[in-house]
Design a binder for this molecule. Structure first.
Ligand code: PEP
Length: 254
């Protein structure tokens, strides 16, 4: 059965007590959901709340992710967190290359590539974020930017049997704007991303191990129009995932 992914990216929006409460609220909502066998629900809090939220989620079937990782395993890397540490704390997923990190912290395709390799080595599932800016879109560079991010982000990465990788297509200009892209455009783009993967990955791996999500102003009103598209395997949700009343209709998208 193919899964539908719903990833909650809380960014730096919740204070510790708020994050704990939101995790409990989401776990409660998930528990009451019917027909959730094919839903993979993931919460990505700040590093500081990972340990506490791991305990809350552990018996629930809701999974934990982090919002970043460092590529080295151990050593003198002040402030960094390794993939093995995240794994030991109970993370299953890790967001890598979010546009906010690319823009504000100059995260490059090369460092993103190292992080994906480190995540896979530790047994984490990377969520590679890609997306074009409005300027790039206006200049007709959308496809080339996305292809470049995919090709360089995944350079020399060979998925083994059992490995998974998620790619979140997030047009930078709609993130946090309240205005998502047209689901038809997202579907065409997601299909193009899957086709671009076929240029350097075996078709079986693309079909079985890689899943493409949409992200950017997803809310309770539009979620179904994205999740009903054949090439969209899930959604990455920012703003609407930090408020339980806004997140409930997303989890209940069916
Ligand atoms: C995001 O930043 O990954 C995101 C999808 O944010 P929002 O849902 O708020 O647009």
């Amino acid at each position: 059965m193919s899964k539908t992914y719903i990833i909650a990216n809380w960014k730096m929006n919740l204070m510790p007590k708020e994050a704990i409460l939101q995790a409990k609220n989401i776990a409660k909502e998930y528990k009451s959901l019917k027909g959730k066998k094919d839903l993979e629900l993931v919460i990505c809090p700040s590093f500081t709340e990972i340990a506490a939220i791991a305990k809350i989620l552990q018996p629930t079937g809701v999974f934990l992710g982090s919002q970043d990782v460092f590529w080295e395993e151990k050593g003198s890397y002040t402030s960094s967190i390794s993939a093995n540490t995240l794994k030991e704390y109970g993370c299953k997923y890790v967001i890598i290359g979010h546009s906010e990190r690319r823009k504000l912290l100059n995260e490059s395709n090369e460092s993103i590539n190292l992080k994906i390799k480190a995540a896979l080595k530790a047994g984490l599932i990377p969520i590679l974020c890609i997306g074009e800016t409005f300027t790039e879109r206006q200049a007709g560079q959308k496809e080339s930017v996305l292809f470049d991010q995919v090709l360089n982000g995944l350079k020399d990465i060979w998925l083994k049997k059992g490995d998974s990788l998620l790619i979140a297509y997030e047009p930078v200009w709609v993130i946090g704007s309240g205005q998502a892209v047209d689901p038809d455009e997202a579907e065409i783009t997601q299909a193009a991303i899957k086709r671009s993967l076929l240029e350097f990955m075996p078709a079986g791996v693309v079909a079985d191990n890689i899943f493409v999500l949409y992200g950017g102003s997803v809310n309770g009103m539009n979620v179904k129009s994205f999740l009903s598209k054949p090439s969209i395997d899930g959604v990455l949700v920012g703003g609407a995932s930090i408020d339980i009343e806004k997140f409930k209709p997303i989890i209940n998208y069916k």
